[in-house]
Design a protein around this ligand. Structure first.
Ligand code: C5P
Length: 205
C-alpha cells in the first residue's frame, strides 16, 4: 500500500509522515529531500537549474537516499548531506530547481523505483507520482503557524521565516495542488499526534 501526504512548506509533513509510517511499520519517503539534494549539488558544481548538464551531473554522483520510518537520510559517498540540505540557502533555491521538468523526472524516477509499502510525502505525491495510492492526504496551516513551528528548529526570526514560506508557497504553487480525492487537514489547531491520529483513523481498513 502507498499513502501520500502532500502539503505546503513546513506544514509538518515529515514529522507526520514519520509518525504515520512508524504506526504502520513501513518507511516514509521525503521527496523534498531529493529536490534539496539536487539544489545543493547544483550549487556546489556551479550549475544553474536551467543548465542541461545538471541532470547528467546528478546521475553521475554517488547519491544514496535512505528512506527509513524514523527519518530520511542522504549521502554523497561517505559524506552525509541530510543536515546540509536543510539550510536557508537551499530553501531559497529549491523551487527554481523543482520547476524544471527534467529535474522532476529525475526525482520521479528515483521515487517510482522504490518498493511499496511506504508513506510518500511532498507536493505532488498523490497527483503526479503515485496517482493510484490507496489513501491521500494534504496538510495545510496558516503561514504564521508554520513559521512559528519552524522558528523552533532554525536560528532565523519568525517574520523572516514567514516571508520566505509565503514566497516558496507561491513558487511551488504549480506542483502543489491537492488531489481531488485527498483528505485536506488544517494542522493549525492540531498537535502532531492529533494529525497522525486523524490520518490513521481515515485509512482504509
Ligand atoms: O518538502 P520540502 O519543503 O523539503 O520540499 C522542498 C522543496 O522541494 C519544495 O519547496 C518544492 O520546491 C520541492 N518539492 C516539489 N515536489 C515535491 C516535494 C518537494 O516540488 N513532491
Amino acid at each position: 500500500m502507498i499513502v501520500t501526504i502532500d502539503g505546503v512548506a513546513a506544514s509538518g509533513k515529515s514529522s507526520v509522515s514519520s509518525g504515520v509510517a512508524r504506526a504502520l511499520g513501513v518507511p516514509y519517503v521525503s521527496s523534498g529531500l531529493l529536490y534539496r539534494a539536487a539544489t545543493l549539488l547544483a550549487h556546489e558544481a556551479g550549475l544553474s537549474p536551467h543548465d542541461p548538464a545538471l541532470v547528467p551531473h546528478l546521475e553521475a554522483q554517488p547519491l544514496r537516499f535512505e528512506p527509513l520510518a524514523g527519518g530520511n537520510r542522504l549521502w554523497l559517498g561517505t559524506r552525509e548531506l541530510t543536515a546540509d540540505v536543510q539550510s536557508a540557502a537551499v530553501d531559497a533555491g529549491v523551487s527554481a530547481v523543482a520547476a524544471r521538468p527534467e529535474l522532476r523526472a529525475w526525482v520521479d524516477r528515483r521515487l517510482r523505483a522504490l518498493t511499496p509499502p511506504f508513506v510518500a510525502e511532498g507536493r505532488d505525491m498523490g497527483t503526479a507520482v503515485f496517482p493510484h495510492a490507496q489513501a491521500k492526504f494534504y496538510l495545510t496551516a496558516s503561514a504564521r503557524v508554520r513559521a512559528g513551528r519552524r522558528a523552533a528548529e532554525r536560528p532565523e526570526a519568525v517574520d523572516e521565516i514567514e516571508a520566505a514560506l509565503i514566497l516558496r508557497d507561491e513558487r511551488d504553487r504549480a506542483q502543489s495542488v491537492p488531489a481531488p480525492e485527498a483528505h485536506v487537514i488544517d494542522t493549525g489547531p492540531l498537535s502532531l499526534q492529533g494529525v497522525i491520529d486523524t490520518i490513521l483513523a481515515a485509512l482504509p481498513q
